[in-house]
Design a protein around this ligand. Structure first.
Ligand SMILES: [Fe+2]
Length: 145
């Protein structure tokens, strides 16, 4: 997996540099390779408390309750729920199918918990969530649908 980051809005692309940032429309030149921009558990079998508060937890619901032929994904940050205060909060969650960016979900600390849901057309493939904490950076998790 490659990691390229938009220097304007922080958006991360996983396959290559797009013509324009898919979130903020900044030009190609705003992207830089950023291998250290994503955080994971140093030891996945024994995550630290900080890691447990930041690594997205993805729950796949194969049968959508709203639409036919729809796969739901519920994303919460993290195993220990992250706080949502004006000083410390999850500002967005970016979502990817097979490493192609599909959605950014903005979260306001005033009105949102550190969680989001999406209704996917895809019923198979790799789903990736990258959350951004305003104090602790970008954390990634992946699941097979
Ligand atoms: Fe945090």
């Amino acid at each position: 997996m490659s990691v390229y980051q938009c220097s304007v809005c922080g958006h991360i692309e996983l396959k290559g540099i797009p013509e324009k940032c898919l979130v903020c429309r900044a030009p190609q030149s705003a992207f830089q390779e950023a291998p250290d921009a994503l955080k994971r558990a140093a030891d996945p079998a024994n995550p630290t408390e900080a890691e447990q508060k930041h690594i997205p937890k993805i729950v796949v619901v194969p049968d959508c309750g709203l639409l036919d032929n729809c796969t739901d994904v519920h994303i919460k940050v993290g195993e220990i729920p992250h706080v949502m205060t004006p000083e410390h909060y999850i500002s967005y969650i970016d979502a990817y199918i097979n490493e192609d960016f599909i959605s950014r979900i903005w979260l306001s600390p005033a009105g949102c918990n550190a969680a989001a849901g999406l209704h996917l057309k895809a019923s198979s493939g790799k789903f990736t969530a990258i959350e951004h904490c305003n104090q602790h950076g970008n954390w990634i998790a992946e699941v097979e649908l």
